[in-house]
Design a protein around this ligand. Structure first.
Ligand code: NAD
Ligand code: IPM
Ligand code: MN
Length: 368
């Protein structure tokens, strides 16, 4: 019996390069752990635009809706910078998130001990760091109406609208509280209730969900700008952070650098819990298509590989196998295997993207 279906969307730039390593790991799980995934592949982003003139074909959208899990590499690149906004590669990813209603974007930031000296912050500040940012992903200023570029009098005006309904806030707050219960028992909610009405509503609703349903979880509130400062001052004060779409985008890039490299950070984007226990789900690294290093074998595949580990945990209920894969990554880093992004000034002898894949597969073999 198939363990489940996976739709792979490698995308652009380093997306296909890092995804090639994930394919090898999926095959390993088939051969060595009896997890037989039904894997198919399709186009997204610039690659889809080149083939179909749109960044996500309707057929691909339909296949994503059917899949137990979607794995995405990255989209975008300079080649597509001048395209009309409606067909830009990023629109393909945003359509997937919106139409699959993937409202809870889990972005863990964990500092592996072997990389604690590599962060731009002091070892003390980041060693042992393990936080989870829950970013609302289907609403807010990314999708609010009205939006557009309009003419007013003799000049143009660009408009985007921050908009949140109570139910949109409540459901992502629940995701954060549920996660906190399984982790350190703390949630910090971030908004700007001092300047934005949507922030005032956000704070009220998160507090209400807490008081009525999760009084056992410790809840605090912080303005998002102060949160950015605290994330770099003393990030270990946090367990789960819940925040809106735009603040979550920014804060998760800040958190990424605490771990040493953007090339380390995975993510899971989840929809509502489904009757079969499998939420709609898309897994992707937090980083983009890295045009500056694309095609050179320099990309770190770990963020994409750890995204697959999240798929094992959240879509396929294979927590033990997810632990195994995370431990293999940790082992390889402890052994000093490094892609170029993980080397400090003094570092020498990096491995290629494929070399990192080889090392992780070897560590997986050794785990049996
Ligand atoms: P980026 O994440 O692609 O790159 C930022 C920097 O980090 C670059 O120097 C890059 O070389 C480095 N980097 C990123 N991932 C790496 C990895 N796995 N290994 C080693 N180094 C890595 O962000 P950007 O340059 O701002 O954006 C480039 C393009 O990617 C844009 O078109 C942007 O819209 C798109 N983008 C896509 C996604 C996504 O698909 N989810 C996310 C962010 C940006
Ligand atoms: C991310 C990216 C995307 C976002 C872009 C590529 C649409 O930056 O996933 O963090 O802004 O959400
Ligand atoms: Mn981002």
């Amino acid at each position: 019996m198939s363990t489940g279906s996976i739709l792979i969307l490698p995308g652009d730039g380093i997306g296909p390069e890092v995804m090639a390593q994930v394919r090898r790991i999926i095959d390993w799980y088939g051969a060595k752990r009896g997890l037989s995934f039904d894997v198919s592949e399709d186009l997204v982003g610039g690659a889809a635009y080149d083939a179909h003139g749109v960044p996500l074909a309707d057929e691909t959208m339909a296949r994503a809706q059917e899949a137990d899990a979607v794995l995405l590499g990255a989209v975008g690149g300079p080649k597509y910078d001048d395209l009309d906004f409606s067909v830009k590669p990023e629109r393909g990813l945003l359509r997937l998130r919106k139409e699959m209603d993937l409202y809870a974007n889990l972005r863990p930031a964990q500092c592996f001990d072997a990389l604690a000296d590599f962060s731009s912050l002091k070892r003390d500040v980041v060693a042992g760091l393990d936080i989870m940012i829950v970013r609302e992903l289907t609403s807010g200023v990314y999708f609010g109406e009205p939006r557009g570029i309009f003419t007013e009098g003799n000049e143009r005006v660009g408009i985007n609208t921050q908009r949140y309904t109570e139910s949109e806030i409540a459901r992502v707050a629940r995701s954060a509280f549920e996660l906190a219960r399984k982790r350190g028992g703390k949630v910090c909610s971030m908004e700007k209730a001092n300047v934005m009405e949507s922030g005032i509503l956000w704070r009220e609703v998160v507090q209400k969900v807490h008081d009525e349903e999760y009084p056992d979880v410790e809840l605090s509130h912080m303005y998002a700008d102060a949160g950015a400062m605290q994330l770099t001052r003393w990030p270990k004060q946090f367990d789960v952070i819940v925040t809106d779409n735009l603040f979550g985008d920014l804060l998760s890039d800040v958190a990424a650098m605490l771990t040493g490299s953007l090339g380390m950070l995975p993510s899971a984007s989840l929809g509502a819990p489904a009757a079969n226990g499998r939420p709609k789900a898309l897994y992707e690294p937090v980083h983009g298509s890295a045009p500056d290093i694309a095609g050179q074998g320099k990309a770190n595949p770990i963020a994409c590989i750890l995204s697959f580990a999240m798929a094992l945990r959240y879509s396929f209920d294979e927590g033990v196998e997810a632990d195994r894969l995370e431990a293999a990554v940790e082992k390889v880093l402890a052994d000093g295997v490094r892609t170029p992004d993980l080397l400090g000034e003094e570092g020498t002898d990096p491995v290629t993207t494929e070399g990192m894949g080889d090392a992780i597969l070897k560590a997986l073999d050794a785990s049996l």
